[in-house]
Design a protein. Structure first.
Length: 214
């Protein structure tokens, strides 16, 4: 796997009204890029796209309807950060990661595996259809503790329009410097072993911040 996986996007859930009409606490600091409704017609999004190619996905369940949450992988999540995704140049990289994870001693690492890829998509406001595959983790974790994978089926620029207008933000942000995970000290080693296997880097590549269990 060369180069190693890269951050694709971070997902923040908002009330639906904040997707339809983003509040000033967002628009005063970020430029909002139109997104669209997802193919399952349960969620809708808008994007905050950065020059480094990463983005923040602002997502909401349409009309804040409980029925749209039923059976959805983020249906039990509150507003705020809910998940994040990696990507790579080759979708087959997920197979390499699966092999690494299978070799881990599950007593010393997180018991996590990645399932089969699932096709997703949305239709943009201009009518353009966007498609991708997502590969979700399962095991002894909650969504957001470890990333899922996102690989484009249509050209990436259709999903992530990295142009001067979209990536020029009032706050001056140009990208995501790092992702930090706050974990209990008792699980820090397990997380580091998992991320070492995930990213192919000793120590996990991503910085982890430990905290004491209450």
């Amino acid at each position: 796997m060369d180069p190693p996986p890269a951050l694709d996007h971070i997902i923040i859930q908002l009330p639906h009204k904040n997707i339809l009409d983003p509040p000033s606490w967002i628009t005063d600091v970020f430029t909002i890029t139109p997104g669209g409704r997802h193919a399952h017609n349960k969620t809708e999004n808008k994007l905050i796209v950065f020059k480094d190619g990463t983005y923040i996905e602002l997502i909401a369940f349409i009309d804040d309807s409980p029925s749209n949450r039923e059976g959805h992988w983020w249906g039990d999540k509150d507003y705020g950060f809910i998940d994040w995704a990696l990507t790579s140049s080759d979708p087959q990289d997920v197979e390499i990661v699966r092999s690494r994870l299978e070799k881990l001693n599950q007593r010393d690492s997180l018991a996590v595996s990645y399932g089969a890829a699932q096709e997703g998509g949305r239709r943009r406001a201009d009518g353009q259809e966007v498609k991708w595959n997502v590969t979700f983790p399962s095991g002894d974790i909650k969504r957001g503790e470890v990333p899922f994978w996102c690989h484009d089926l249509t050209p990436r620029e259709l999903r992530v329009p990295v142009d001067e207008t979209a990536t020029s933000h009032p706050c001056g942000a140009v990208g995501v410097a790092k992702v930090c995970l706050a974990v209990p000290d008792s699980k820090r080693s397990a997380y580091e072993k998992f991320y070492s296997a995930l990213l192919g880097r000793q120590g996990g590549g991503l910085q982890t911040e430990s905290m004491d269990e209450e």
